[in-house]
Design a protein. Structure first.
Length: 254
């Protein structure tokens, strides 16, 4: 009797909405369950709880449920089977997950926007996940033409850079500060890319505790610069030839 009173007290004062069902009835629920679904009587819960019965036994599952006024909400649902002397019951525990779901949806939306911005600007992010491996964002992996993975061994990554540029990266890393470099890299498909590497390094004493940054494909910019440089050289050569020609003509006229 005492244990039954204790269990009833725990049930009624549980912070989570709880309901007990037999085959066709809600035999018991606490006030939190009535408040969550916006009903006054346990019997009004049954049609609202039917979708929750699809949850796997003793496993938390996120489901969309509906309140009595038709408003949807997300909930963490756990269904447990309880065998009574004659009847098998289902204990349903429900936690309102609307706030968490809204936060998750917003984070996903922000990530989609970030990915779109990175793709438009040809900018990606990277970070060291341990002392040997670097993880790329989707945009960074696309810049480096990594199709099967977003994680690459640091030695494999360094091997893709031009030998002269490796020295620049090593020197910047040894200084234990951030860097902003323009370097050449060859992708697994054999394409030469110019990339701007920007890093931020966090150290604790002599130990590096975090290294991350951005990567931007500046190949089109470099091609434009090369084209402008070539055009300037051609123009200067043409001007020098013209000046030399005019000087020779002037000399012959004299």
């Amino acid at each position: 009797m005492e244990s039954e009173l204790l269990m009833r007290s725990l049930f009624n004062h549980s912070a989570d909405p709880l309901a007990v069902l037999d085959r066709a009835h809600v035999t018991r629920c606490n006030d939190n369950a009535l408040e969550l679904f916006g009903v006054e009587k346990p019997g009004e819960l049954l049609p609202l709880l039917i979708p929750a019965l699809s949850a796997s036994e003793d496993q938390t599952q996120e489901l969309q449920l509906y309140r009595a006024d038709g408003q949807p909400f997300w909930a963490d649902v756990v269904v447990s089977q309880i065998q009574g002397p004659e009847t098998r019951y289902q204990l349903i525990r429900i936690s309102d997950a609307t706030g968490r779901r809204a936060t998750t949806d917003e984070m996903q939306r922000q990530q989609r926007l970030l990915n779109a911005m990175q793709n438009l600007a040809s900018i990606g992010a990277w970070e060291f996940i341990d002392t040997r491996n670097v993880r790329f964002s989707t945009a960074a992996a696309q810049i480096c033409e990594l199709e099967d993975t977003d994680v690459i061994d640091i030695d494999e990554l360094m091997a893709t850079f031009h030998p002269d540029d490796r020295l620049l990266i090593d020197a910047a890393f040894q200084r234990r500060d951030g860097y902003d470099l323009q370097v050449r890299t060859t992708t697994p498909k054999g394409n030469l890319r110019w990339v701007r590497l920007v890093s931020e390094l966090k150290a604790r004493g002599d130990q590096v505790v975090a290294l991350f940054g951005s990567m931007q494909d500046i190949t089109p910019q470099k091609k434009t610069e090369d084209a402008l440089r070539h055009a300037k050289e051609v123009a200067e050569e043409a001007l020098a030839t013209r000046s030399k020609f005019l000087a020779n003509m002037s000399h012959e006229i004299r």
